[in-house]
Design a protein around this ligand. Structure first.
Ligand SMILES: *[C@@H]1O[C@H](CO)[C@@H](O)[C@H](O)[C@H]1NC(C)=O
Ligand SMILES: *[C@@H]1O[C@H](CO)[C@@H](O)[C@H](O)[C@H]1NC(C)=O
Ligand SMILES: *[C@@H]1O[C@H](CO)[C@@H](O)[C@H](O)[C@H]1NC(C)=O
Ligand SMILES: *[C@@H]1O[C@H](CO)[C@@H](O)[C@H](O)[C@H]1NC(C)=O
Ligand SMILES: *[C@@H]1O[C@H](CO)[C@@H](O)[C@H](O)[C@H]1NC(C)=O
Length: 835
């Protein structure tokens, strides 16, 4: 946004009764958890029966025409070649209701319908780009963002010969058959920027690009093999993906095949800036670089790099979290540009690495500059297992080995907890520069898998289910046209099918006028981010907040596998009383991450259909607040819930995505994410932005893993100051605003235990829409507060922008950012609670 500001100044968003017998004993059994469920069904039944006796009667959705999930995959469906992925076969009736041609516009596009052949011989480039661009979509350098033309561009099994970049337009998901991922085969003559270029430079455009990097939202690429091995090894054109993106983006399940020749210049992912984002479940074979990256922040989970020269090169960042990284037979695992401590010389601000396995790689981590004696780029290593890795941390400029690795005699080594940067504890503001081991945090076992790593779970795609296992909400009367009240139709589909079918929310904008309950046990799959929006008087009173979408009954034992993917939850304004999503579900015992959301966002205002657009809520409005309330709270995770949230963007818009020029808007949502959960909760690559009172608030919460979390304060604050135009509501545990000209808390933690925050980017870019305070690093005085009553709270890689204090205890500033200047942001490498 803010078109005229220079790169680093750009902010992100810029950034049973009967039912229970049946459903427990017979179904709700996804194939991947069959065994776990079977062994647990006794205890689930018991808790279900308890639930009933506790409640007397159940308000859960009784299902008289019970149907059941197949207890094992449909024959032939695991063996992919026999039958295509369900997504290819399902009836395509997704709609973009706000498109200028709502009836004719196609959301789902199979590249073969646009002339692609997929035989590895025909050049399919033009056909694929036709599938992407047809029907007047947003891109090409003239349109920077739009929500009215979403698309899934689908690739059946096959090999697609590519001679020039595939250019995904705004709001595009490129999805390959998940059973046998298609190959994008770069032709020997391939000469473009990358096989897939998510943000092309306009030829002769003086550096201009299709999209503003920090506003390049809503993109996903899934299930591909990208093979550049035919491109001569010395050519950098052998690049898989140019991924210069921002929030609500993901790369999932992609294999990059590159030359392993000594002179290889191939690279898997190339990214020079942006404000991401999540990527995971990626494999890189060969290449000069697996990932070459510069971006404000990113979360990377489960990548494997084999036989590359450098696994990950890091040009610059304010903070990236790497979870579950594997390097095999590389020369260097992480090569990190460091030492740039001013805005102008920004290099890698914070590299925060958890659960790494490194094998036969001479150097695990190399920093470009030394950090002896003082902060020069924060580095955290937690639980790295090295086998035949002689140098764990090395400095390129002087060859110093800062942390030794293995030796010929001792060929394996585990690094439990090693850091380079400033370490703090409790309410002491004294920085202790540390280049060495620090006490490892105690990680609650419920957050870990059987190998002791933080749990990760890939975005469910149901590749082993056939199309018969799905029901479409449109087939059962939901309209999704942005106008019709779909409350009853959607509720009926959930009530009838939640325990036995995967529910397909065909692309559309579904309006609900009262609380919609998504029962525990539901698998809900959206299409190019189908929208569910709360609208009307039920959601307008901030003194009587009402839930728009309730996932699982609140006080019931909502303990079943529950998965939501590719959906956007929102409101149609005004909606001062809307709690957009209330999350009550609990994973079954023994099924880690059994209740979660992937690539599912809460996105408020700033898009067609929300009635909270630039015309109603311009940047400098003079009237009352009333028309511009977007929500009371975005996400509430209740005490008995568990949750796995991956790539969840909780965004109150700062600009209108459908306005030419991306003009700013001023809208109001009270609260971001409130968690009272006892855990386990995993927040992997989540963000919460622009809410008035706080972005993340943990109250009496336990057992949370959060990495990386990213926030921004509202740009208008402190005019009005917190909590205006809301009020502090004790019933919802609102934290007390800090003294002075108060802006939102990015993070508040109260009376909580066993909280591991592994990477945080908490940003404040404005005072009353002015960015002058960025230069003086004081847009607000405080930004994160942890109560002294909380215990075993560990924060690693905390990068803040323009908050005088980076961390407070009991609302009193403790860590002064001056002591941790690390480029544009200031970085605390470790803070741990006093108890
Ligand atoms: C993105 O980064 C590249 C390389 O550092 C730079 O040339 C380009 O100007 C940047 N683009 C924007 C929009 O900041
Ligand atoms: C898939 O089916 C083919 C042909 O029936 C068979 O040859 C192959 O072994 C099967 N693969 C798997 C993984 O079952
Ligand atoms: C990690 O990614 C690989 C490759 O996509 C996949 O096979 C594996 O199941 C993933 N592991 C987890 C824990 O998600
Ligand atoms: C840092 O340490 C290395 C050796 O470990 C030394 O060569 C270098 O001069 C030191 N740099 C500074 C700035 O102290
Ligand atoms: C905030 O800034 C705008 C634009 O500069 C200005 O018009 C307005 O008066 C300011 N508001 C206050 C309360 O300072």
């Amino acid at each position: 946004m803010s078109r005229a500001i220079t790169r680093v100044l750009l902010s992100t968003s810029l950034t049973l009764a009967l039912f229970l017998h049946h459903s427990v004993l017979v179904h709700a059994i996804p194939t991947d958890t069959t065994a776990a469920m079977a062994s647990k069904s006794g205890s689930i039944l018991k808790s279900a029966l308890n639930a009933i006796s506790q409640r007397g009667s159940t308000t859960d959705n009784l299902n008289s025409n019970a149907c059941s999930y197949p207890s094992r995959p449909v024959p032939g469906s695991v063996n992919g070649s026999a039958s295509p992925f369900w997504m290819e076969k399902i009836k395509h009736q997704g709609k973009a209701p706000f498109n200028s041609d709502p009836e004719g516009y196609k959301v789902f596009r199979n590249v073969k319908d646009y002339g692609a052949v997929g035989d590895g011989v025909h050049d399919d480039t033009a056909a694929i780009n036709l599938a992407i661009t047809s029907q007047n979509r947003c891109g090409g350098g003239t349109c920077h963002s739009s929500t009215v033309s979403p698309a899934i561009v689908y690739f059946p099994q096959g090999t697609y010969l590519i001679s020039a970049p595939i250019i995904p337009y705004y709001y595009t998901q490129l999805i390959g058959d998940a059973k046998v991922p298609p190959t994008l085969l770069a032709a020997p003559s391939f000469d473009g920027f990358a096989v897939i270029d998510a943000n092309p430079y306009i030829p002769a455009g003086g550096g201009a690009q299709y999209f503003q990097a920090t506003n390049n939202f809503h993109r996903s690429i899934r299930n591909f093999v990208i093979d550049v091995r035919q491109v001569p090894p010395e050519k950098q054109q052998g690049t898989g993906i140019h991924w210069q993106v921002a929030q609500a983006t993901s790369l999932i399940n992609i294999v990059f095949e590159m030359s392993a020749a000594p002179n290889t210049a191939h690279q898997g992912i190339w990214m020079e800036n942006g404000s991401g984002g999540f990527m995971g479940d990626l494999v890189f074979n060969g290449g000069k670089f697996g990932i070459w990256g510069g971006n404000q922040q990113f979360t990377v989970r489960n990548i494997t790099v084999n036989n590359a020269q450098t696994g990950v090169y890091s040009l610059w960042n304010w903070g990236w979290t790497y979870q579950d990284v594997k390097f095999n037979n590389c020369q260097i695992g992480f090569d990190i540009s460091t030492g740039g401590l001013t805005v102008e010389t920004q290099t890698t601000g914070a590299q925060t690495i958890i659960d790494a396995t490194v094998t036969n790689t001479p150097i695990f981590i190399q920093t470009s500059q030394p950090s002896n004696g003082s902060l020069a780029g924060s580095l955290v290593i937690n639980n790295a297992k090295l086998t035949n890795v002689p140098a764990a941390v090395r400095v390129a400029s002087n060859g110093a080995i800062v942390l030794a690795g293995t030796s010929p005699l001792v060929r394996t080594k585990t690094i439990a907890s090693w850091v380079q940067g400033n370490v703090y504890k409790g309410n002491s503001g004294q920085a202790h520069f540390t280049q060495g081991n620090v006490e490892a945090p105690t990680k609650p076992s419920m957050l870990l898998d059987s190998q002791g790593k933080v749990v990760g779970k890939a975005h469910p795609q149901y590749a082993d289910h056939d199309v018969e296992d799905f029901v479409s909400v449109r087939d059962f009367g939901a309209v999704g046209d942005g106008v019709t009240d779909d409350t009853k139709a959607l509720q009926a589909v959930f009530d009838k099918f939640s325990s036995c079918k995967i529910i397909f929310l065909d692309a559309g904008f579904y309006v609900v006028s009262s609380t919609l309950t998504i029962p525990a046990g539901t698998r809900l799959v959206g299409e190019a981010w189908s929208v569910i929006a709360g609208k009307g008087p039920a959601f307008q009173n901030q003194l009587k907040p009402q839930v728009v979408v309730r996932v699982g009954e609140r006080w019931g034992q909502s303990q079943q596998v529950t998965e939501i993917t590719d959906v956007v939850f929102t409101t149609v304004g005004p909606a001062a009383g809307a709690i957009v999503v209330e999350w009550n579900v609990r994973q079954p015992d023994g099924v880690q991450a059994g209740a979660g959301m992937w690539d599912t966002h809460i996105r408020l205002a700033g898009s067609k259909g929300t009635n909270l657009e630039a015309s109603t809520c311009p940047q400098f409005a003079t009237g009352s607040y009333d028309p511009c309330y977007a929500a009371f709270m975005s996400l509430h995770i209740t005490p008995s819930a568990t949750g796995y949230f991956e790539g969840t963007w909780v965004w109150l818009a700062d600009h209108d995505l459908d306005l030419e020029g991306e003009g700013m808007i001023t809208v109001y949502a009270g609260r971001g994410i409130l968690s009272e959960s006892q855990g386990p909760v995993w927040m992997i690559g989540t963000a919460s932005e622009h809410h008035v009172i706080y972005q993340y608030n943990l109250v009496r919460a336990k057992n949370h893993y959060m990495g990386l979390i990213q926030t921004e304060s509202p740009y208008f604050q402190p005019k009005p100051a917190v909590p205006t135009p809301f009020r502090i509501d004790p019933a919802y545990h609102d934290p007390k605003p800090f003294e002075g000209s108060a802006s939102s808390w990015a993070l508040a933690v109260k009376d909580s235990q066993d909280i591991l925050i592994f990477g945080a980017g908490l940003y404040s870019f404005f005072v009353n829409y002015s960015q002058d305070c960025v230069k003086t690093r004081d847009c607000q005085t405080q930004i994160a507060t942890i109560s002294s009553s909380s215990s075993n709270v560990n924060v690693y890689g905390l990068s803040t922008v323009a908050s005088v204090y980076q961390l407070s205890v009991d609302g009193v500033g403790v860590i002064d950012q001056k002591d941790n200047v690390d480029g544009f942001a200031s970085t605390v490498t470790v803070w741990r609670s006093a108890r």
